[in-house]
Design a protein around this ligand. Structure first.
Ligand SMILES: *Cc1c(COP(=O)(O)O)cnc(C)c1O
Length: 348
């Protein structure tokens, strides 16, 4: 089905005029800047943060462009990936009329954002193997369904979705398909960024919160066609990425090997944790993980969670979630942390 961005955008968004900031109107870097009501003397702290940051984060985009081999015009930065999730819903879904489609068990923010925006939620569960049920998904799509959110590797199940099935949805659905790749660095695949040129309705989300180890900075990335990126830029808060975050991201992008080394360590720890968990009586089933966490099925997820908390190990009780009965989600920690988890669970 042919994709037309015009047909998925809300009318008010098509007509909207973006806020024009001082930094948009004068782009030079030389001169006496009396255009933004900033403090000319400096800041109340030693570090100078008195000037507004680049609203389009050009330096960071150029650096990421080189790392990801994708033009800067196909990159959008948000205050975490949660911001593009919300902006995409707001750009396309008219409250009370349009809908988004999600695939539980999955990341909670899609539903939260839909709720806040008064947008209808259609939920089509994954299969028992936690993969996409393409026929059921396409059958559940309504005339006013604007976005399908696919999380791959999926949170909380940890697995990648089948690439062929994602492609089938991209081809058959006339709205936007978001592939949330928050955990892609831990998976043995290049993911969907290299396929952007083939699918005009594809948006790939990634984040600096997980593999890069920068969750506190709040920096998420959306990769998409220039047309979709332009819409996100038009409706975002003008200075959504602060200066310190931009500076840290630039520094991180010069240190890709440091990130890669941490990913390597986490993957080794994931395998160790998997092996040890699988030997424990508490473990009924361990799901394969392409992420930095492991989903483990037990007889009573709440009891296991509480027992771990009593021993100062905090995991996530996912046992109340569809298809995850009895499950706890365990993030892969450091070697010492993982040893402690096993030691405690041996006593359960
Ligand atoms: C952690 C996570 C994110 C990251 O969100 P940020 O707002 O970038 O911190 C996005 N999607 C999924 C599925 C996640 O698990």
């Amino acid at each position: 089905m042919a994709f037309s961005l015009d047909s998925v955008l809300r009318d008010n968004i098509k007509k909207a005029k973006p806020y024009s900031s001082a930094r948009d109107e004068y782009k030079g870097t030389e001169g006496i800047f009396l255009d933004a009501n900033e403090n000319p003397y400096g800041s109340a702290i030693e570090k100078h943060v008195n000037r507004y940051p680049d609203p389009l984060q050009r330096d960071v985009k150029d650096a990421l462009s080189a790392v990801k081999h994708i033009p800067a015009q196909n990159i959008f930065f948000g205050n975490g990936s949660d911001e593009p999730i919300d902006l995409l819903i707001r750009a396309t879904c008219q409250p009370g009329k349009d809908s988004i489609l999600i695939l539980p068990p999955t990341y909670g923010m899609y539903e939260v954002s839909a709720g806040i925006n008064d947008v209808e939620l259609i939920a089509v569960p994954l299969t028992k193997e936690f993969d996409l049920n393409v026929d059921a998904i396409l059958a559940a799509v309504k005339a006013h369904t604007k976005i399908i959110f696919i999380c791959s590797p999926n949170n909380p199940t940890g697995n990648l979705m089948s690439e062929e099935k994602v492609k089938a949805i991209l081809t058959s659905f006339s709205g936007i398909v978001v592939v949330d790749e928050a955990y892609i660095d831990f998976a043995d695949t290049k993911g969907f960024v290299p396929l952007l040129a083939q699918y005009p309705n594809l948006v790939v989300l990634q984040t600096f919160s997980k593999a890069w180890g920068m969750a506190a900075l709040r920096l998420g990335t959306a990769f998409a066609s220039k047309e979709i990126i332009d819409v996100l830029n038009k409706i975002k808060p003008p200075y959504n990425i602060n200066l310190l975050t931009q500076e840290c991201a630039l520094e991180a992008l010069k240190n890709v090997s440091v990130k890669d080394k941490m990913v390597h360590q986490i993957l080794a720890q994931r395998e160790w944790l998997r092996t040890e968990l699988s030997k424990l009586p508490v473990c009924l089933e361990l799901y394969p993980s392409d992420a930095n966490f492991i989903l483990m099925r037990t007889l009573d997820g709440k009891k296991v969670y509480d027992f771990l908390v009593e021993h100062m190990v905090i995991t996530r009780d996912r046992s109340k979630i569809i298809l995850c009965e009895g499950c706890v989600r365990i993030t892969v920690g450091t070697e010492e942390e993982n040893k402690k988890v096993i030691e405690v669970l041996k006593k359960f």
